[in-house]
Design a protein around this ligand. Structure first.
Ligand code: DGY
Length: 319
């Protein structure tokens, strides 16, 4: 037993983060680094002053209501916070905080990786080599699309959208974007006030907006129909922004040339049809997955938790 305040982590963090918690607080880890059910979240929170959590843990109003009174803060190791019901937290007097900024570069890098993988058929090529099915260089082997000169439509010109846009400009892409308001973050990028107009002009579409009741299923069949034939779709934001039935149908007909997806509805139980499609490049939500970035995110989540435990304002509060 210890009198030190207890911080409970739902998922493991890079060692430096866990060591920092252990140096000042009592640390509780999950037993298997697997997705937490609501029941497991509540049990894990017993006696904890702070919970450090990831987007796979769902803090619904029911879960928040059932948390022990000891819990002062839900500290998200993520910029996204759709997994926490903020009004319910506010009503209970619980603080909620997140980790913006530090993941911008890593996520923007991965956006370019997905754009290149989808346009250059990297998944098909990798599977061919692994399967021993490569018969040698052929001029017609796995011809993809060159991205120089293509129009990249960005939905959500926030920090990550802008960082991805700047990288894409370096590859010679033309940037158009849809956002609540024009932004000066990316010189040369063209603001398109209507999402539908943006879709009509996007050879490559990249999603960078938060998931909310308003944006859920934003890329549906009607909107996919507006994209140019053979467009490419990439998503490093949240899976719920896309209607899977619609995207899968469009990938099958070739309306969508290819997709690069790092995020999915209902992770990790993704729609199994994606696994059967050659023209989709799949990653397991690793947009911010570099040692540097995940460590920085963990440290920021600890800063937030520590501040609230000590009665200070957290650096990145949501509630
Ligand atoms: C975020 O920060 O929201 C990411 O999706 C988690 O890496």
């Amino acid at each position: 037993m210890t009198d030190r305040p207890l911080i409970a982590l739902t998922r493991r963090l890079p060692a430096a983060c866990e060591q920092r918690v252990e140096a000042r607080f009592a640390l509780r880890l999950g037993d298997d680094d697997a997705v937490f059910t609501p029941e497991k979240i509540i049990k894990h929170a017993e006696g904890a002053a702070a919970l450090i959590v990831t987007p796979t843990e769902q803090f619904t109003p029911a879960v928040i209501a059932a948390l022990p009174a000891s819990v002062k803060i839900i500290s998200c190791v993520s910029v996204g916070f759709e997994h926490v019901d903020l009004p319910a937290a506010r009503a209970r007097g619980l603080r909620v905080a997140h980790t913006p900024d530090v993941l911008t570069d890593a996520t923007a890098d991965l956006t370019l990786l997905l754009i290149l993988a989808a346009t250059r058929r990297a998944g098909e090529g990798e599977r061919m080599v692994r399967a021993g099915a490569w018969t040698g260089l052929r001029p017609n082997l796995l011809l993809g699309r060159q991205i120089k000169g293509l129009r990249l439509g960005i939905v959500g010109m926030g920090r990550i959208g802008a960082a991805a846009a700047r990288r894409a400009q370096a590859f010679g892409m033309k940037i158009l974007y849809h956002n609540r308001a024009p932004s000066d973050l990316v010189p040369g990028a063209v603001f398109v006030p209507s999402l539908e107009d943006l879709l009509r002009q996007s050879d490559v579409l990249s999603l960078h907006c938060p998931l909310s009741a308003q944006t859920k299923g934003l890329l549906n069949a009607a909107r996919i129909a507006l994209l140019p034939d053979g467009a490419v779709v990439v998503n490093t934001a949240r899976g719920g922004l896309i209607e899977d039935d619609a995207l899968i149908a469009a990938l099958r007909t070739g309306k969508i040339y290819g997709a690069g997806l790092d995020v999915f509805a209902n992770e990790p139980a993704i729609d199994p049809r994606y696994r059967t499609l050659e023209n989709v490049f799949l990653l397991p939500h690793i947009g911010s997955g570099t040692v540097e970035t995940r460590t920085a995110m963990g440290m920021l989540a600890i800063d937030n938790a520590e501040a609230v435990i000590e009665g200070r304002e957290p650096p990145h509060p949501l509630v």
